[in-house]
Design a protein around this ligand. Structure first.
Ligand code: NAG
Ligand code: NAG
Ligand code: NAG
Ligand code: NAG
Ligand code: NAG
Ligand code: NAG
Ligand code: NAG
Ligand code: NAG
Ligand code: NAG
Length: 497
């Protein structure tokens, strides 16, 4: 069975955040033709320059009850290949791991940063993901709310702080400036890390970090509105076909043997149980296509080409089916594995995070997108979380602890050295920082970029606008380092003089 690749993995994890329909990666892993999204490297064959380490991490950084002092094995990865060493105060690039196995995150643009600035690479796994399970096995760790209670973004940030301090100390690298890099939820963490631990990192590159997608700070339809804009901007007729298709599916599904008919039209691998599950699945494909609408594949364009290019006289559902058939987002050639995505599922760390603090209120509450109405319903969401985990979400906590309201004046007054990068094809950009806030808290965005595209490994075929986005980021980071070294030099002179 093919392992999901880095990008696919994140697609799924993020959609877990996205759709309010946590996607079970195993279902996709069984699909076979996943390579298309892939940077296709399996994590069992990490190149030898990546050293895996474990740190004895404190279970609970914020409590002094005796049980809080328990520790667990926290995984991080080092790569010294490019490092100039502690004697030259060469930098440390810290990848703030997101909701996934950290070994999927090695490589990417951060490697180029390390090569360019003689940096040490330090990738830190997020607790409760990958091999960083606080209670040993996954089963033990995911047992119930008592064992899951130590999973939160603030514990994760404290973990990162501890690991960085430890690594610096071990390498006598206290003078080496650290810079955080992360994408998506990991990008949120990178930016929050800079705000909460400014003494530990000198700056952060936060790619596609929707730090404003909480409470009512971002309109709930933001995500779906951007997906719709992508499709509409690609082809008005494609957008209209999709928009019309939902009621068509309902109509056909309600006929005698209608589900059978739908199953045939869409070449479903298994009999359909409802038209809703087909609609949910189609919506998922559109969302993932937009989120990862990367060169050279451009999923949205390809999907729309097939929808628009169906033979004259093809009806709405025939067109949509032709689009799906041509879509390579989940592989090609096989029948369609429609399944019912669970809203929240028990053995998922991200579901727990959604049910506690990462409450991203996403829904469709108006008729201006190509999707059906499905408003976010906090009461219903809360009920599900209580049933599955026995917890009640705290939707207002993230804005209280990290900010979000009137973010501009808050960050303008006290923050520095953060790059918020986005691509406007990425639906998550709806919740991102898209304006320059100050000289050093800046927004670097592209019209055509998708989800954390800038963090992927540069390739020869990258379009000029992407090369340009990364060049801007490099220049800004170079400036942070220059500033840091100038201050370090004057401090040293002060001491010796
Ligand atoms: C770094 O500096 C220390 C102390 O001055 C010295 O002993 C060591 O050899 C140096 N290391 C390198 C790699 O230059
Ligand atoms: C974990 O729990 C699941 C479901 O209860 C069970 O099927 C599986 O065998 C358990 N795995 C281990 C390693 O105990
Ligand atoms: C979770 O499971 C442990 C071990 O079975 C048990 O001691 C604890 O009381 C449980 N906690 C909750 C909230 O159910
Ligand atoms: C500490 O640094 C040494 C090299 O100086 C390295 O061999 C060792 O693995 C490091 N240990 C940890 C826990 O990072
Ligand atoms: C919309 O499409 C046009 C032409 O294809 C392109 O120039 C523009 O950047 C796109 N806008 C967005 C927001 O994607
Ligand atoms: C349809 O229902 C059956 C029986 O409840 C279930 O096993 C199957 O997974 C469902 N199919 C889908 C696609 O959800
Ligand atoms: C959306 O359109 C439907 C059907 O045209 C209408 O009944 C409904 O009131 C509209 N909803 C909103 C929120 O505009
Ligand atoms: C609550 O969620 C369930 C399951 O997702 C759904 O079947 C039900 O219609 C929802 N109720 C409301 C009031 O939205
Ligand atoms: C923010 O400032 C940088 C220069 O520091 C510039 O490259 C970028 O285009 C600006 N972003 C916006 C959204 O104006």
């Amino acid at each position: 069975m093919a392992l999901p690749s880095f990008q696919l993995w994140l697609a799924l994890l993020l959609l877990a955040a996205v759709c309010a329909s946590a996607v079970n990666p195993r279902i996709f892993a069984g699909l076979g033709g996943l390579k298309r999204l892939a940077a296709s490297r399996s994590f069992s064959d990490l190149p030898p320059e990546y050293e895996i380490h474990y740190y004895r991490q404190t279970l609970d950084h914020f409590n002094y009850k005796p049980e809080s002092y328990a520790t667990f094995q926290h995984r991080y990865i080092l790569n010294y290949k490019y490092w100039g060493g502690a004697n030259t105060s060469s930098p440390i690039f810290v990848y703030t791991g997101e909701e996934g196995d950290i070994t999927y995150d090695v490589e990417g643009f951060i490697l180029d940063l390390a090569a360019r600035f003689k940096g040490l690479l330090l990738y830190i796994e997020h607790r409760y993901y990958g091999k960083s399970m606080p209670f040993g096995s996954e089963n033990q760790t995911f047992q119930n709310s008592s064992t899951l209670g130590y999973l939160s973004s603030e514990q994760a940030l404290a973990d990162y702080a501890q690991v960085i301090v430890h690594v610096k100390k071990n390498l006598s690298a206290e003078n080496c400036p650290a810079i955080a890099v992360g994408g998506s939820y990991g990008g949120m963490l990178a930016s929050w890390f800079r705000l909460k631990y400014p003494h530990i990192i000198i700056g952060a590159l936060a790619s596609s970090a929707p730090i404003l997608y909480f409470e009512d700070i971002t309109p709930q339809d933001g995500y779906h509105a951007v997906v719709s804009r992508n499709f509409r901007n690609t082809s008005e007729s494609c957008y209209n076909t999709i928009k019309k298709s939902w009621s068509e599916i309902d109509r056909v599904g309600a006929e005698t043997n209608g589900l059978l008919t739908l199953g045939n039209i869409f070449n479903s691998c298994m009999p359909l149980n409802s038209s809703q599950e087909l609609k949910d699945y189609l919506a998922l494909i559109y969302k993932v296509s937009a989120q990862f609408d990367n060169p050279p594949d451009y999923y949205v364009e390809n999907l729309c080409k097939a929808i628009d290019g169906a033979p004259q006289g093809t009806d709405t559902l025939g067109r949509v089916a032709a689009g799906l058939d041509a879509s390579t987002i989940f592989g090609e050639g096989s029948c369609l594995y429609v399944y019912e995505p669970p809203v929240i599922f028990r053995q998922s760390a991200w579901s727990w995070q959604k049910c506690t603090e990462m409450v991203i209120p996403m829904g469709v509450d108006n008729n201006n997108t190509m999707f059906e109405l499905s408003p976010f319903d906090l009461n219903n969401f809360t009920k599900t979380c209580q049933e599955v985990f026995g917890v009640t979400p705290r939707p207002s906590w993230v804005p209280v602890q990290f900010g979000g309201r009137d973010i501009k004046s808050a960050l303008e007054n006290f923050a520095s050295n953060i790059i918020f990068s986005n691509g406007f094809r990425d639906p998550w950009s709806a919740g991102g920082i898209l304006e320059n806030i100050s000289d050093s808290v800046v927004a670097i965005h592209t019209d055509r970029g998708a989800h954390f595209l800038d963090l992927l490994s540069p390739t020869r075929s990258d379009p000029a606008w992407l090369v340009d986005q990364r060049d801007k980021e490099i220049k800004i980071i170079a400036f942070w380092l220059e500033e840091y070294y100038a201050k370090l030099a004057s401090k040293t002179r002060g001491r010796t003089g």
